[in-house]
Design a protein around this ligand. Structure first.
Ligand code: ATP
Ligand code: MG
Length: 400
């Protein structure tokens, strides 16, 4: 097993201990380390209060002081450092009414959602596991810390977190956790859409996504998800998903391809997606619509932003024909230009060719036409060739 990722974090633990505080690794990083899975963000839990942490380290970002969390930066890495705490009351189902800082690691572990996430590890790699999280990991089981119905009632998002962990880790829900979850759907109404979307994105990106989807359907949690809740047909279509999605935009494109009268804007609004995700999904959807008629051609690859190529491949493979990254790369390499900036003619050249015409959108239209002709190999990307063509051949309404 790899201890390396914890190396920088160990320095933080040492520093906190040197000042007389307790400090441990905790949460997803310890869980993933024990599973032997790649570690994501590293969380640290400590008896030091946020202001004390701020005094000890040079680079500290106060991300959630009221909940006891700051980010400590060290050699380019970020560590989420949270003060031992217990939580009381969840009347708004989002944030605990009160956060009380405590001195006791065990109390801090008790407030955590699942036993596999309630394991602490000290700087020597010693495991502190009062809730048998390790056993749950070995059995590949998701158990709440304490009574499932109470824990879900405190924060119903935990239900969705359970399913996304099933999808990421190939773990099953223990009987009581499953039963409470299957009964708890109504509580989902209390959680904000933004929090739901974050967990859904992780669920659909999980390597065991079919498991996550099966649980969404079997527990009826799907009846409380935006859009799906009003559309049984869409719910059933989820069973067609067999592979994880790299990004939400990819999933969104597939959902829109399924139709069922839900547009991309409907999805984006209901899921409160960022403009960036919406724009990416639009690009992907247009590319798929175009490729259903024209297949994989230079014009398509040219227009698709490079960061979406990997998301486009599985969609194209589903809706048109199977392709690999290699196939796409060979089209990319054959492109005569990669962007309009590389066109061997400028707006000024065009204006100079038609000195009597008033400036206007026609200049841009001409450049677009030239761009398409160069990309598709109908014109060579040479200044004189392009200028000759606009002078003698260009017809504004030309449509190929
Ligand atoms: P990931 O690998 O996605 O980061 P994670 O388990 O680290 O998974 P985070 O959302 O980063 O999840 O949370 C860090 C830790 O904080 C969790 O492992 C868990 O101990 C605790 N936690 C997070 N969300 C909740 C919650 N809603 N209720 C109780 N404990 C939570
Ligand atoms: Mg984490």
């Amino acid at each position: 097993m790899q201890f390396q990722p914890f190396f920088n974090g160990m320095k933080i633990l040492e520093e906190l201990e040197r000042r007389g505080f307790q400090a441990y690794f905790v949460g997803g990083a310890v869980r993933d380390f024990l599973i032997g899975r790649k570690i994501g963000d590293i969380d640290i839990t400590t008896s030091a209060k946020p202001d004390q942490v701020q005094q000890i380290f040079q680079k500290v970002i106060p991300v959630g002081i009221e909940h006891g969390t700051v980010i400590v930066r060290r050699e380019g890495e970020s560590f989420e450092v949270t003060t031992f705490r217990v939580e009381e009351g969840y009347s708004d189902f989002r944030h605990p009414d009160q956060v009380e800082f405590v001195d006791d690691l065990e109390a801090d572990l008790a407030r955590r959602d699942f036993t596999m996430n309630a394991i602490a590890m000290d700087k020597q790699g010693k495991i502190i596991d009062p809730y048998q999280g390790k056993k749950a990991i070995n059995q590949k089981m998701i158990h709440t810390v304490g009574l499932p119905s109470e824990r879900f009632n405190e924060d119903p998002l935990r239900m969705l977190r359970a399913l996304r962990f099933a999808s990421q880790l190939d773990f099953d829900l223990d009987y009581d956790t499953y039963t409470a979850l299957a009964k708890g759907g109504e509580m989902m109404k209390q959680i904000s859409t933004e929090r739901i979307t974050v967990e859904l994105e992780k669920l659909f990106a999980g390597p065991y996504v079919t498991k996550g989807i099966e649980l969404l359907l079997k527990t009826n949690l799907v009846d409380y998800l935006p859009v799906f809740k009003d559309n049984k047909q869409l719910q059933q279509s989820l069973r067609n998903i067999t592979m994880p999605f790299g990004q939400l935009s990819e999933l969104l494109c597939m959902l829109v391809c399924w139709g069922e009268g839900v547009t991309l804007s409907d999805w984006a609004k209901a899921w409160k997606l960022s403009n960036r995700t919406k724009k990416d999904a639009e690009h992907l959807y247009e590319a798929i619509a175009y490729s259903k008629k024209n297949q994989l051609d230079v014009w398509l690859v040219y227009r698709l932003p490079e960061h979406l190529l990997d998301n486009f491949i599985p969609l194209y493979s589903t809706y048109v024909e199977p392709i690999s990254r290699k196939d796409v790369n060979s089209v990319v390499e054959s492109l005569p230009i990669r962007s309009r900036k590389e066109l061997d003619v400028t707006g000024e050249d065009i204006i100079a060719l038609f000195p009597d015409r008033q400036k206007g959108p026609w200049i841009n239209q001409m450049l677009s036409e030239l761009e398409k002709r160069v990309v598709t190999g109908k014109l060579a990307n040479q200044n004189n060739v392009l200028k000759e063509w606009v002078k003698h051949e260009y017809h504004p309404q030309s449509t190929d």
